[in-house]
Design a protein around this ligand. Structure first.
Ligand code: PXG
Length: 289
């Protein structure tokens, strides 16, 4: 595998980062996870826009234009012939001293990895996920805003640990007010009749690119889509619940905190949106050739 590092494609074993990089020492940096489908990078500009917003929010100036970054992503996919893949874009604060001061870091480090995708097993989509709500509160927007896709994912990892220790693979985090925020690497939706509900960005979530695509697709399908503050009650009493994210796409949830959702199988609306999303993802994107 060839890794893009600061303007060059280098062999995997040469792709090394300094122990003084503040990405390692402090989780000081930002990232994106992107998919390619059928030789096209899905929602590339949206991911790059979010990366630059995350960087701006932490006062990190990426030493490259957005267009240059888009070209670098495509170049890395091409070099690795990843036509259906998973792309990880990382920008760290760079090499600095052992102290916190980010201004002593000379140059941000830009890394692009284009790997093969590890798809979730088909069975998970047909049977649906069991999840739990957890005690780990989502990062407060006033502290580290969840809109920043930063290299510090401890908040999400702590929630993931709780899920796994409870015998399931995914957790839903609540915000400081006790409202539903999001899963550890996915956004959450509730179906109630013809309504599709998802927490608003101000609930303290990452504004998922899959989320936004699904909201558009669903509105076009005639669903009444709205961003609504929700409590656990709304999850437990939903007709259907599903998660959205770059890796998972659209996946049904059939059990939350040992309460059956709907009839305990992924619902019609969920399966329909799952199909629509895949079809859309395969029909659009920035060509790798
Ligand atoms: N919330 C959080 C906290 C995330 O990290 C999403 C929502 C969904 O956003 P997108 O833009 O992907 O629809 C994410 C994204 C992985 C993986 O390997 C996780 C994400 C993205 C790519 C891969 O688990 N999380």
């Amino acid at each position: 595998m060839k890794i893009y590092m600061n303007g060059k494609l280098v062999p995997e074993r040469a792709a090394k980062v300094s122990v003084f990089d503040h990405g390692l020492l402090y989780g000081d940096g930002v990232f994106e996870g992107i998919r390619s489908y059928n030789g096209r990078v899905f929602m590339l500009d949206e991911h790059i826009d979010r990366l630059y917003r995350s960087a701006k929010a932490i006062g990190l100036e990426i030493p490259m234009t957005k267009r240059g970054m888009a070209r670098a992503v495509v170049k890395t996919c091409k070099a690795n012939k990843t036509m259906d893949g998973y792309i990880r874009l990382v920008v760290t604060r760079g090499v600095g001293t052992l102290g916190l001061n980010p201004y002593l870091c000379k140059r941000p480090q830009i890394i692009i990895i284009a790997a093969n995708i590890q798809l979730y097993p088909k069975k998970l989509y047909s049977e649906g996920l069991r999840i739990v709500t957890v005690g780990t509160v989502r990062n407060l927007p006033e502290a580290v805003n969840p809109g920043i896709k930063s290299l510090n994912y401890l908040n999400n990892i702590l929630a993931k640990i709780e899920a796994i220790n409870n015998g399931v693979m995914e957790a839903v985090m609540l915000n400081g007010q006790g409202s539903v925020a999001e899963a550890t690497g996915d956004n959450i939706f509730v179906v109630k009749g013809n309504q599709l509900l998802t927490p608003p960005v101000h609930a303290g979530i990452l504004e998922g690119i899959t989320r936004n695509v699904v909201m558009d697709l669903a509105a076009r399908e005639g669903y009444n889509v709205s961003e609504t503050t929700m409590s656990r009650y709304d999850l437990y009493t939903a007709d259907e619940v599903f998660l959205t994210g770059t890796a998972a796409e659209v996946i049904g949830v059939v059990d939350i905190d040992n309460r059956k959702i709907g009839d305990g199988t992924p619902g019609k609306v969920t399966r329909g949106l799952e199909r629509h999303f895949r079809k859309f993802a395969k029909s659009t994107g920035t060509p790798i050739e």
